[in-house]
Design a protein around this ligand. Structure first.
Ligand SMILES: C[S@@+](CC[C@H](N)C(=O)[O-])C[C@H]1O[C@@H](n2cnc3c(N)ncnc32)[C@H](O)[C@@H]1O
Length: 305
């Protein structure tokens, strides 16, 4: 029997600083074919010790690719003069270009002053739409919170367009960064949160505040049919999912998509991520993607339709 003599593949992953331990654990549990090789803040590499038997797409990363070589910038450029994205781990974008879904894209990542990685990734839903998965969004001064960026980054990552005039239900809407982003897109928003909403949201005629916790909220008090669901509560995932189940059940006929942020309130939750995705499936939602966004802290987004 012939043996595969080709050198082993290495993969690199970019995650938000602070999420390295989640990614490492996720790979250990879900992709045992990959052995940890190296990490620095926001960047990890793994060696393929056995053939990967499934599509690679960990939740706790923004972007990943297949390692080709590393060295100084000059060494890498001397062997590759073609088009490549070029950026640093701190988010400086030195070179970029337009590519299409399905393209294999080369990239040079500045990991430190004298260490550069050269690799490639296949562009598409499983990988980031921006170099390194860094955000291209700008937080407006008047946005009530940084959660504004989660809406913009989430739409961009999923390639989803929210048409003006649609209605979004946001659970955990205070102080209003995400609501403000949705209102700016021309959506009508109904927010559920016992906390105060910023005046920039309250004064907008397209916003309705249901100032109660989700446990006390009755879906019959919704003023409109809901096309988009946003959830961002500071509750453990089990609590968030339990509370949104009754809402999803009621709004499913008109629902086009759900952006659900789940908080990693403790490290042990990594092993439960597949179960969370399963629970959403049982609610009748089709999970399209689960990923970390550049605007996330210890949390991740599940986008479902
Ligand atoms: C991370 S903040 C949300 C940020 C907000 N989406 C924004 O864009 O500014 C979490 C919110 O969840 C809300 N929350 C926590 N438990 C809740 C519950 N049971 N029902 C409704 N909201 C809840 C909190 O009041 C808090 O405002």
């Amino acid at each position: 029997m012939s043996q595969d003599q080709s050198p082993p593949n290495f993969y690199y992953f970019l995650c938000n600083p602070g999420s390295e331990k989640f990614l490492k654990e996720e790979i250990r549990l879900i992709y045992p074919e990959l052995a940890f090789a190296y990490s620095t803040e926001g960047f990890l590499t793994f060696k393929e010790t056995r053939r990967l038997g499934k599509t690679l797409r960990p939740v706790f990363c923004r972007h990943f690719g297949k390692f080709i070589r590393r060295g100084s910038y000059e060494e890498i450029r001397s062997k590759w003069q073609g088009k490549a994205l070029y950026y640093s781990l701190s988010g400086e974008i030195f070179e970029t270009y337009e590519y299409q879904s399905g393209d294999w894209v080369k990239e040079i990542i500045k990991v430190s002053d004298n260490q550069y990685y050269f690799g490639e990734f296949k562009s598409g839903i499983f990988n980031s739409p921006t170099p390194g998965g860094f955000s291209t969004a700008v937080l407006p001064e008047e946005a009530p919170s940084r959660a504004y960026l989660k809406v913009i980054d989430g739409m961009k990552y999923m390639g989803v367009n929210l048409p003006a005039g649609d209605t979004a239900l946001e659970i955990g809407s205070s102080p209003g960064g995400a609501t403000y982003a949705l209102l700016k897109q021309g959506l009508k928003v109904e927010g559920v949160d016992p906390g105060e909403m910023a005046p920039v949201c309250m004064e907008n005629p397209n916003f309705i505040h249901h100032k109660v916790s989700i446990q006390d909220f009755h879906v019959s008090s919704l003023k409109d049919h809901v096309q988009w669901l946003y959830v961002d509560m500071n509750l453990a995932p089990e609590g968030s999912l339990r509370e949104i189940e009754k809402v999803v059940d009621a709004i499913r006929p008109s629902l086009k998509g759900a952006f659900i942020t789940l908080k990693m309130t403790k490290f042990e939750l990594v092993s439960r991520v597949p179960m969370y995705l399963n629970i959403m499936g049982k609610m009748g939602l089709k999970v399209v993607m689960a990923t970390q966004l550049p605007s996330h802290k210890q949390e991740f987004l599940v986008y479902a339709e």
